[in-house]
Design a protein around this ligand. Sequence first.
Ligand code: CNA
Length: 278
Amino acid sequence: IDENVPPEILESRTLDAVAKYIKDGHISDIVVFVGAGISTSAGIPDFRTPGKGLYDTLRVKGLPRNEAIFDLAFFKENPDPFYSLAKTLYPGSRRPTITHSFLHLLHLKGCLLKVFSQNIDSLEQEAGLPREKMIYAHGNFLTQRCIECFTEYPDDEMREKVEKEEVPRCNSCNAFVKPDIVFFGEKLPMEFLDNMYLGHRAQLAIVMGTSLQVQPFASLPQELPEGMPRLLINMFQVGDLGTRADDVLLLGTCDDGVRQLASSLGWLEELEELWAKT
Ligand code: CNA
């Protein structure tokens, strides 16, 4: 972005100006778009970070290419690779990050419209966010069903199978059971499709920890109305963030970024306390 182009809504293209906008503008509607990068500090690898992401590090036997682990056609042939990884992503084994707690804090402050998450680890809810504040774009691990007859499969049996790295099979027809996370080749949840443009009502967008590579999620930030300030907190610049007059880029880790933002808002102590309770 040309640094000489003046911002239109914010006082300057800085984090402090974003904080001022939130505080002065009595902002009630912030929409947040998140991806795997908000959970890496909880010990869950993302997909695309070079050298560390699952696409570089997956060493699962029987996998033709790494992406196949989340491919429905491949899963139908061979679900073993998926179930040897599932334990790592399964909810309940990781502590939410301070970034998750920041989302919770935005809600407690009455600022949060919705969080659109591509993640399947449910850490947002474990940090305290109510279910109705979440739009899970790619589903989650909270429920599971048979891939042939779609009969639901019990949670306790699922947890046991995942822990043992075994493939769960339908209790009615014996076909493979899959968690309700969206694989390549599957339709997106209605919850997401019906609410995709809800963010247009917001007064501020925050994008965090995502490479914005997976469509249609990836285009949501660029489809937000011109004139809505957008804050990116990510290791790298992504999508079209940075091209608009009221875009602010905070490049670095999400956890550092939310601490800085909370500090500008005067909420840092509260944030740390909230996180300590998770
Ligand atoms: P991605 O493509 O792996 O991108 C992650 C992005 O986050 C990259 O731009 C990284 O640079 C950035 N990043 C990584 N760590 C940090 C950090 N600590 N601070 C700031 N930025 C960081 O992941 P996306 O979410 O964009 O891709 C979408 C896929 C990934 C979705 O379908 C998810 O289901 C899937 N996924 C989810 C999880 C999870 O639920 N935790 C884990 C791995 C993959």
